[in-house]
Write a protein that binds this ligand. Structure first.
Ligand code: NAD
Length: 511
């Protein structure tokens, strides 16, 4: 039996010493005896611990969500809309508090942390349109006296498993639509930055979300595996690395669940010879080093076509010393630390491998002052003359390392993009509308930017990559999110006219 920590706790923007679960509308301390460390990446200090759930604790959260489902799905659309508006307004009012958690545990600088919250709010705003989004279709008189209509109904208990790099936005990608559609929800946040999830849970309760409709289970593989196997969970949304996404998809579907699992990325930015070099360099630097490169839509490879390579590399190089690297507590910082020391060191190891394999390391982030601090910093790094056989090109680095591959033609660039195992995002920089349109037609990638380096769709479109960047049939949030969290029911109805009633054993056909 789990122990309730504070039966009626006041919401606080200060992280707890030990980050608990949230079950049935309350903070619940873990009882498994297992915990994980949570660091302040800017100082390198161990900040707190997070409880890791046992199978029993996951079962308890699922039981709470299952018990809440009948009442929540029966709650009128107007009431659910009202609650979604309240959630939106509370998150809006607490943007800075949420951003504070992201800075404390992820290391995001203020502009990046606030940007994450803003993009999450877009998803809450989309979900306030739920009465319109759930409208079905109606066909009158499909046969004499018979009408057919389709309705969409919630699935039951849905779960979301989220990555470290968006501790607030990615949960909002999932739960906004899930609960607006009438499902109940269990969030399993990243164990690296878990505190924002509890603060958000408290906002949801304040907004009027009934107990059990939204739950948070902290933990690791034990919790995830129980979610994947639990017979009362109908659907699982996942965002994280590709190997785990593949595992989540295969295990979840084997247990009869609807699964959407978004994976990793290697996003190429093609720069054609006619592009504006300064604009392309500004975009490459913003998209490669923003959030320290820890974005699934970060640009990690520039494909410089023809003679554009030398001036473009010079323009990018000249911008790097001007990037203000520092902790999120410095309001002027533009780039913060990486999430853990292990991750930082793994990212840096690609600089050595690139050099060993024949690439030119133009800027090595380990020479940046911040690298010598106790925080998990790595300065912006640039590798030129990368070739597709090199380790740094073949793997997702997920850090502030931008690679330049020099190609001779547009066709060569497209071939590289399409041969890559990932297909999350890509961008083309050119002044030639015809070339851009051809690129949009040619590439096997889910999200394309034309002179836009980070083409994350707004909330009323859907987000998703192709190839090893997404396992499942439906993209996340937006209209496909509504489809994911509901299933269709088609009703064929006749209101009897006793005068025309007769026995007819033939197969029903239209008349
Ligand atoms: P991750 O795959 O390590 O972890 C994601 C989630 O899975 C976490 O909640 C974690 O606790 C859980 N997990 C980790 N190992 C597990 C295991 N063996 N079994 C079961 N569950 C496990 O990813 P991360 O390091 O937190 O996030 C970075 C990755 O996420 C990058 O690859 C990035 O590209 C990707 N990402 C993709 C998108 C997208 O939309 N496609 C968005 C954000 C991040």
């Amino acid at each position: 039996m789990t122990q309730v920590v504070e039966p009626d706790i006041q919401r606080t923007s200060a992280p707890s010493e030990t980050v608990p679960h949230w079950i049935g509308g309350r903070r619940v301390a873990g009882t498994s005896g297992r915990q994980g460390p949570v660091y302040n990446p800017a100082t390198g200090e161990l900040a707190r611990h997070v409880d890791f759930a046992s199978i029993d604790e996951v079962n308890e959260a699922v039981a709470a969500a299952k018990a809440a489902f009948p009442g929540w799905r029966a709650t009128s659309l107007s009431k659910r809309t009202d609650i979604m508006f309240r959630i939106r307004n509370l998150v809006d009012a607490h943007r800075k508090d949420i951003a504070g958690f992201l800075t404390a545990e992820h290391g995001k600088v203020p502009s990046d942390a606030l940007g994450e919250v803003a993009r999450g709010i877009e998803n809450l705003e989309f979900a306030t349109g739920i009465p319109n989004l759930l409208k079905g279709g109606f066909s009158e008189q499909v046969s004499t006296g018979i009408d057919v209509y389709q309705i969409r109904q919630p699935l039951g208990v849905a779960a979301g498993i989220t990555p470290f790099n968006f501790p607030a936005m990615v949960p909002m990608w999932m739960f906004a639509n899930a609960i607006a559609c009438g499902n109940t929800f269990i969030l399993k946040p990243s164990e690296k930055d878990p505190s924002a999830s509890i603060f958000i849970a408290e906002l949801l309760r304040e907004a009027g979300v009934p107990d059990g409709v939204f739950n948070v289970i902290q933990g690791d593989k034990v919790a995830v595996d129980r979610i994947l196997e639990h017979p009362d969970i109908a659907a699982v949304s996942f965002v994280g690395s590709t190997p785990i996404a593949r595992y989540i998809y295969e295990t979840g579907t084997r247990h009869g669940k609807r699964v959407q699992a978004l994976g990793g990325a290697k996003n190429h930015m093609v720069v054609l010879p006619d592009a504006d070099i300064d604009m392309a360099a500004d975009a490459a630097v913003s998209a490669a080093y923003g959030s320290s490169g820890e974005r699934c839509m970060a640009i990690s490879v520039v494909l410089a076509v023809g003679g554009v390579a030398d001036p473009l590399v010079d323009a990018i190089t000249s911008r790097l010393p001007k990037i203000n690297v520092g902790p999120g507590t410095d309001e002027h910082a533009q780039m913060g630390p990486l999430v853990t020391r292990e991750h930082r060191d793994k990212v840096a190891s690609y600089l050595d491998r690139g050099r060993d394999q024949g690439a030119s390391v133009i800027v090595d982030g380990r020479e940046h002052d911040s690298y010598r601090s106790a925080g998990f910093f790595l300065g912006p790094s640039l590798i030129d003359r990368v070739t597709p056989d090199m380790d740094s090109y073949c793997n997702e680095i997920f850090g502030p390392v931008l690679e330049v591959v020099r190609v001779q033609t547009y066709d060569e660039a497209v071939r590289l993009v399409n041969d890559n195992q990932y297909g999350n995002g890509t961008a083309i920089f050119t002044r030639d509308g015809g070339a851009a349109r051809q690129y949009q037609f040619d590439v096997n990638v889910g999200m394309v930017g034309i002179n836009v380096p980070i083409p994350v769709p707004v909330a009323y479109y859907s987000f998703g990559g192709w190839k090893s960047s997404l396992f499942g049939d439906l993209h996340m949030y937006g209209p496909e999110g509504i489809q994911f969290y509901t299933r269709a029911k088609v009703v064929t109805a006749r209101w009897p006219d006793p005068g025309t009633s007769q026995v007819d054993l033939g197969f029903p056909r239209t008349r």
